[in-house]
Design a binder for this molecule. Structure first.
Ligand SMILES: [Cu+2]
Length: 216
């Protein structure tokens, strides 16, 4: 092949790669005081095509550990099963009053596990009927593109097909809504900064260790 044809086809190949190359979006979530916000759920919902997502095949775990839920915030897609192992030496009674998935698991003991399927997108606030301070959230998002912010308030979403998305941020203490439309170009590494208004932390403080709260 003549050299110019070779370089032409190489150039065309490069262009094609650039048009379809996956993009990266780095989202930084801060509060009104410009402090980084951890445990915020960042999701990108495709607007040009219906999102395709598959539930995780490995079990997603929300444990009861030291009379707390662990982790505090869990993000999954619809159709995901979540296991709730009791890793304490006392019993717990996990429930949710949320519209997305109201449930009440009967009291269950140390070393046992209960499991539930989450089919609808939405927010599920978890509580324990025995330990008032126990609180956690399961966020079900209908998109494969999601992450929780780390302690530096950052979420780095990769492998994004180019196109238009609704960028949504959710946090347990979010006041109002936090979303915007973004257009992602092929091969791009985009930065997005989102400031959220957070309500005061009203979590119930647990009793100091040894001061009660156990229920055998
Ligand atoms: Cu409990």
């Amino acid at each position: 092949m003549p050299r110019f044809l070779l370089s032409l086809s190489f150039a065309l190949l490069l262009t094609a790669a650039r048009l379809t190359a996956a993009a990266v979006v780095q989202v930084h979530v801060t509060d009104a005081k410009q402090s980084s916000v951890a445990d915020a759920v960042v999701s990108l919902i495709p607007l040009d095509a219906a999102p395709v997502f598959t539930p995780s095949t490995t079990p997603v775990v929300v444990a009861q550990q030291g009379q707390e839920f662990e982790p505090y915030v869990t993000v999954i897609v619809p159709g995901t099963r979540v296991n709730f192992p009791n890793q304490d030496n006392i019993r717990h009674q996990v429930y949710s009053l949320s519209k997305t998935k109201p449930f009440e698991i009967p009291l269950y003991g140390p070393g046992t596990e209960q499991s539930l399927l989450f089919e609808r997108p939405g927010i599920v606030a978890l509580g324990c009927n025995i330990h008032d301070w126990m609180a956690a959230y399961i966020v079900i998002v209908a998109t494969p593109y999601y992450l929780k912010t780390a302690t530096d308030g950052m979420a780095r979403l990769v492998d994004l097909p180019p196109g238009r998305y609704r960028l949504e941020v959710w946090h347990p203490r979010l006041s109002g809504e936090a979303n915007r439309e973004v257009t992602i170009a092929a091969g791009d590494t985009a930065q997005q900064s989102i400031t959220v208004i957070l309500k005061p932390d009203r979590r119930i403080r647990r009793a100091p260790d040894g001061a009660g709260g156990g229920y055998k």
